[in-house]
Design a protein around this ligand. Sequence first.
Ligand code: ATP
Ligand code: MG
Length: 603
Amino acid sequence: MPAASCSPKIHVLPGDVVSRIAAGEVVERPAAVVKELLENSLDAGGLHITVDVKDGGLTLIRVTDDGEGISRADLPLAFERHATSKLRSDRDLASVTTMGFRGEALPSIASVSHVLVTTATKQDTTVGSQVTLVAGGVGSIVDAPAVPGTRIEVSNLFFNQPARRKFLKSATTEFSHISHVVQLAGLAWPLVHFRLTHNGQEVLNYPAVITDRDRILQVYRPAFLDRTIEVRGRIAGMSIRGVMVDPLHARSSRTPQELFVNRRPIRNGTVFHAIVDGYGSFLPKGHHPTFVLFLDIEPDRLDVNVHPTKKEVRFADTEALHQLVRQTVRHALDGSERKVVLGLTQGEASQTMSEPTLLSGARQTGVIPTTGPDSRITMKDTVTLSGIVDGSQVVFAHEPVAMYQRAEKPDVVPFGQILRTYLVAQVGDELQVIDQHTAHERVLFQRLWRGWQSREISSQPLLIPEPVELPAAQSLLLLKRSNDLEKLGLLIEPFGTTAVAILGVPVGLGKVDAAVLVQDLLEDLTEWDQASSLELRVQPVLASMACHGAVRAGRTLTLPEIEQLIHDWVQEGLIMTCPHGRRTAFRLSTDELAQLFGRVGWS
Ligand SMILES: Nc1ncnc2c1ncn2[C@@H]1O[C@H](COP(=O)(O)OP(=O)(O)OP(=O)(O)O)[C@@H](O)[C@H]1O
Ligand SMILES: [Mg+2]
């Protein structure tokens, strides 16, 4: 037997190597340095924070704050690994309320750059401190002016990591990442004044504001807010607020899609899925939700310690979160319509955004409005309903599948049809021009959706089944799904060897062109397997059926038909888009009419 080897193969790595390995995770690129320094400034209570950058951060990153500063005794500790003023014990880790907690950022940054720190606390009335670090090595502390706050200058980033430096993109690209980081911090902290300069030029300047809305305006300009609707919901232990794109203005672009959890910018699949689910058929195909959403969760319901750069968190109760987000999004989509019915203007609605959620009498009494015909929901209640807290149950006025009866259903006075395509009517106080096809499509879709949810879609047989010739692969795909389609009221059977025939369609659909419907269905079915939920599979199919069953543009309608269609559309909630995202109506409120005719201020 060979003698046991005498020297061990395993050894503990030297401290500087450990730091550099850690830095590899935390300091991915210049923007990561900015993020960490900003978070430290915010944790220190800075109210004015300036970020100066040279050459995309490769030459210099300087973050200056007016926060609490670092005392001379603490200064060397700030650069020691696992040294933090933010946590004391394991117990604190279970409910973190600061941005930082790992005690890793400064040593990681310092190990791959040159750092100069200048700082003073409020108690340092005569002299502050300054220290230089090279590759993590702390120099001696010298005196500095007693300006309360901290300035950290990071230069020559990755000077000792040529490989990492090589992976960086151009200064312009690196700077755009930095600027995004500052925007995100800005969105999460409206009360803080942020400035960002690049090579001596001011790029961003967000003076302190009170509301989220004002900060969003600074970051994205008014055009973005004009395209959004407000979102607000709450259950016990979590709340969500913010803005998201109005489906009428949805675009194919994916930005912004910003989610903050307790002010941290986070990527999270559950929340994203819930948002997409909430939009459901409101969002046109190929369009993406865009949003700026702030989620607040009790810190002990959240694990923030799952990602080195804190880009991810883990939620204790993903199901409740999913439900909260989905229903809040859905509620906001319905709510945007309610403003019209009940006369709440966009301006009035938006004023509520950053205020704490009002709680109506319903909360105190625990009375939750039912969806029955006797429900009487007033304007006041509907505005506050999203804020009702009742255990972990999300309590909203309704989902569109079970619309409550509006307290004040608007009167409809139909005037007629123009261009054999648009219906003109007075709906409540508004003048509305309604697209007969898209409005009818929406009505049919809502009914089909409700029917599907309650498993009550029944089919009506077609008098003369129409065979549709198809390539073998396509008829196979269609027949493979025939059982699923049957549940949606669509009866399809093989017809000879090369064709399929539609034998029945859901009750309530008008005359359908079988050949075109089949083509659309084939498109929907190719995406069937990729859809992340049954709802998302079914919706496109129902939308196609609704589209094909709806009255076409160009068909003359009688006055009773016009009245019925508008009535049905109002009944379904005056939803402003068809399930494919096209507009259903154009409306002019009393105020807008008065403004158009210069009647403002005149009786
Ligand atoms: N701008 C600042 N103002 C005041 N104190 C600061 C500032 N930056 C850092 N510190 C102090 O230095 C300590 C170390 O900072 P560092 O960023 O390394 O760790 P952390 O913020 O505690 O945790 P994390 O690694 O998660 O960011 C902090 O805990 C804080 O006490
Ligand atoms: Mg930190």
